[in-house]
Design a protein around this ligand. Structure first.
Ligand code: HEM
Length: 283
């Protein structure tokens, strides 16, 4: 993208510092505006990785160093958004934050309206859902070959449990087993989401039991656990169920949910202590 003069948009925005400031403000707005709450929920707990990706992408898109391509290859933004439900409502929330950030940071009105137009086109191009069902575009669309608008593309392939877990893991924060003890110490609540018999056979000290199927119901019926800032750590046997459960809790609005990578099995393999409730003794 270049301005009508010889300057690139990157230069007009103030190069690295200007693009950085725009991206930082965009995510700060996403984090704080009540209107963008659903969009915020789609993103990881920490926005720093998202900030880096968008900054690196925009650097190249605006005519500066192509940092994103150097790191990750072709942007393929439609493909990279395929796991997220980009509906018109989400697009509008995204554009609300970006328009506000541009309004605050870009004084040149001409440049600002051109940028709003470009972002609107790109955001519309990324739409993959009109009704809450995630969709994938054609190969050409996924490569991002052109930015023609194709609003609804039905899903034609089934997803496996593995796909669902992989998508869930992209949305949540997993802690490595080496950091699990600290995460548990920092948490308000540690939840074992395995089945009751697995929990009974041995669990982490201090963990309460709420199997994945009942988790949302148990939390909803416990007013003392209703704060969206509640620091929650989840684990299951190997981390698949905990990842899916963490996603559900993010969707409920909890902001600080972590899942232990590798789960109970990795904990035991690391030689860490478990609690085994003793069976009642009969004299
Ligand atoms: C239209 C509404 C949009 C929604 C709902 C949306 C949502 C998301 C989400 C949830 C992520 C993953 C964040 C993470 O895991 O860190 C993401 C990543 C990203 N988004 Fe968007 N986005 C939207 C529009 C845009 C637009 C218009 C652009 C560019 C102008 C953009 C550029 C990116 C980039 C570069 C990434 C990183 C992709 C990667 O490296 O995997 N997004 N987006």
């Amino acid at each position: 993208m270049t301005t009508p003069t010889t300057q690139t948009v990157y230069q007009a925005l103030g190069r690295e510092a200007g693009v950085h400031a725009l991206v930082q403000r965009f995510y700060a707005l996403m984090d704080e505006l009540p209107e963008s709450f659903a969009l915020r929920m789609m993103h990881p707990e920490s926005l720093s990785g998202s900030e880096t990706s968008l900054f690196e992408f925009l650097s190249g898109w605006f005519g500066g160093p192509d940092l994103y391509v150097a790191k990750k290859g072709h942007p393929r933004l439609r493909m990279r958004h395929a796991n997220y439900r980009v509906s018109p409502a989400m697009r509008d929330q995204w554009l609300l934050c970006m328009t506000q950030a541009l309004t605050e940071q870009v004084t040149d009105e001409d440049l600002r309206s051109r940028l709003i137009e470009k972002f609107s086109q790109m955001a519309t191009h990324l739409l993959n859902s009109a009704d809450g069902v995630a969709g994938t575009g054609s190969a050409a669309q996924q490569r991002g070959d052109n930015i023609s608008v194709n609003l609804i593309t039905p899903r034609t392939t089934m997803k496996t449990a593995h796909d669902l877990v992989a998508a869930a893991k992209a949305r949540i924060q997993e802690v490595a087993i080496t950091e699990a003890e600290q995460a548990i110490l920092d948490a308000d609540i540690l939840i074992d989401v395995r089945e009751a018999d697995e929990y009974a056979a041995g669990h982490l000290s201090g963990a309460i039991h709420a199997s994945r199927g009942l988790l949302e119901f148990k939390l909803s019926s416990s007013p003392e656990l209703s704060s969206r800032d509640l620091r929650i750590v989840l684990y299951c046997k190997t981390s698949g169920r905990a990842a899916l459960a963490a996603c559900a809790l993010r969707d409920m609005g909890y902001l600080q949910v972590k899942s232990i990578s590798g789960g109970f099995d990795a904990w035991v393999a690391g030689g860490k202590p478990v609690v085994k409730p003793s069976l009642p003794a009969f004299e």
